[in-house]
Design a protein. Structure first.
Length: 101
């Protein structure tokens, strides 16, 4: 995960298989990625300021798919995301955050 140029939002993400030295995917996010977590062997969850995305790196040339938008207290600027989970079928997701408000 690499930040964009100074003053520009977004992040640049590359995923590699270190055993085979294979690049599995590249994604240039237009939004800042503030949290990420592997939710399956080949599915990376990316949390931005406004959305939660899932990226299946097993599919060649794939891009992350928006799962849902952050809402309520989880969408506020003062909320720090501390966790994310999904069941094995990806039919439910849990985003956890803390806030000082």
């Amino acid at each position: 995960l690499k930040g964009s140029q100074a003053g520009q939002p977004g992040n640049f993400v590359q995923v590699f298989n270190l055993d085979s030295k294979e690049k599995l995917g590249v994604y240039q996010s237009p939004k800042n990625i503030i949290f990420w977590k592997w939710v399956a062997a080949r599915v990376l969850a990316l949390v931005t300021d406004t959305d939660v995305l899932h990226w299946n790196v097993a599919v060649a040339n794939s891009v992350p798919e928006t799962m849902f938008q952050r809402a309520g207290k989880l969408a506020e600027a003062g909320c720090q995301i501390i966790g994310y989970s999904a069941n094995s079928q990806m039919s439910w997701c849990l985003l956890t955050g803390i806030s000082t408000q």
